[in-house]
Design a protein around this ligand. Sequence first.
Ligand SMILES: O=P(O)(O)OC[C@H]1O[C@H](O)[C@H](O)[C@@H](O)[C@@H]1O
Length: 539
Amino acid sequence: MNEKWAALEVYHERTKSSGISDLFDRDPMRFDAFSVTFGDMLLDFSKTSIDPTSRNLLVDLAYAAKIEQKRDDMFAGLAINQSEGRAVLHTALRNLEGEPVYVDGIDIMPGILSNFESAKMFTRAVRNGEISASDGAPFTDIVNIGIGGSDLGPAMVTRALTPYHDGPRCHFVSNVDGAQISDILDLLDPERTLFIIASKTFTTIETMTNAQTAKDWAQAALGEKVKHHFAAVSTSLEKTAAFGINSEYVFGFEDWVGGRYSVWGPIGLSVMLAIGPEAFTEFLLGAQDMDTHFQTAALHQNMPVMLALVGIWHNNICGYGSRAILPYDQRLARLPAYLQQLEMESNGKRVDVDGNLISRNTSPIIWGEPGTNGQHAFHQLLHQGSRIVPCEFLIAARSHEADLDKHHQLLLANCLAQSEALMRGRSHEEVISILCEKGVTENLDSAAAHRTFPGNRPSVTLLYKKLSPRTLGRIIALYEHRVFVEGAVWGLNSFDQWGVELGKELASDLLPLIGSEEDLDERNGSTGGLLRTVAKLRQ
Ligand SMILES: O=P(O)(O)OC[C@H]1O[C@H](O)[C@H](O)[C@@H](O)[C@@H]1O
């Protein structure tokens, strides 16, 4: 591996002074050569500094990291999440033909397909009113209570697929901040509301606190009938029973589905209620399409592999520490937050699978907002800031609003303009000549300095026909496999998340001290000082 990294570093050092635009001058077919298509999706990475040699070196790196073997081990159900001793099988949730997948010698597919059937039956019954509120009338509102993977996936997907909603309205409560549940409950009628408590472990303090608050609120209006208004999704059936959830309304899954990879299974119940089982099946088929592509396409034509290698080029070779996710698709507004968990919780690690320190940077910092809003906020930094941030644009060729196509044309023009402006820039000389044409003569150099764009800033664009359930399934699976490939190249375990534990422990230690001024001596000076001030301010 080391010599593969070194070859990339040496090559980058030798070629880094040439610009991205020069690569287009040298190769008129660059767009075709540096883009990957899959169905009606296209990933364009021609606006990066990757050239034929660096691409080959990156693909060599992927081979040296044994990407294909590691990928096959994941799909085959090997316990690749070593620190938790688990298989990683979110891909089995979209294996709709039911080809056997074995965990410890047992085929898990019959169980997955039967859980899927139960979720579909429940969904149909809620949507057609057979499963109704305690007074016999249909549910109009669903509240998914969950956090992390039990919230971000369903919330992002539900919002992304708004044009396909034909079921009850869906709301999402995640934060333990009572402001969120309070604002949502204010909108709802307890008689018409079904709560889904979504938690893999059914121990997460935020979710359990919100679930209890929801139960108290519903019970105050419904009394004993409250049990008709609660469903749960979890791997712990004892805990859902202890919470008082009717076993017919409980949807189980297994620990080989990681939280941030769980939207494809029962955790996606709120999505299925909103869009219906048929559209949800399309969503799964989209992911399955990408799984097949990931498993079969040659590495240099493999969309997740190439997206991962572009990320590695920017992060490890060019030294760019963050990545902006810029969906020019308002309904993907939560995609950056979703990808923050997917990428940063999966690959934000500093030791490899064996516990040895990794000498390179791992996950970049992921952030972003939908376009065109971001253009009027932080794109200033993207174009002229002192740091280079590789950007990832996502856009559909067509919108769902046929009558508002003028909007969509503007959106497309803006998206393409941003990546072009980032790459092309505008030189000092160009600015001077523009200013001279306008008759500016005073402080010409300084005026030009402010208006100069350095350019040569990389971006990739993911273009798709329309944001349908199937396309969304493909997009999410694309990112999942990209994260897998990046993690595999760094040699880390993308499927555990020990880094969230310390804060949880300390929060439970601190809870009894909130509002108290006693026993603070053992805390560090800052936390002690903050606790004392909290106590004063709460008086
Ligand atoms: O689904 P749950 O068990 O409630 O977990 C919810 C979330 O909390 C954990 O702390 C992890 O950081 C996340 O990966 C997980 O998705």
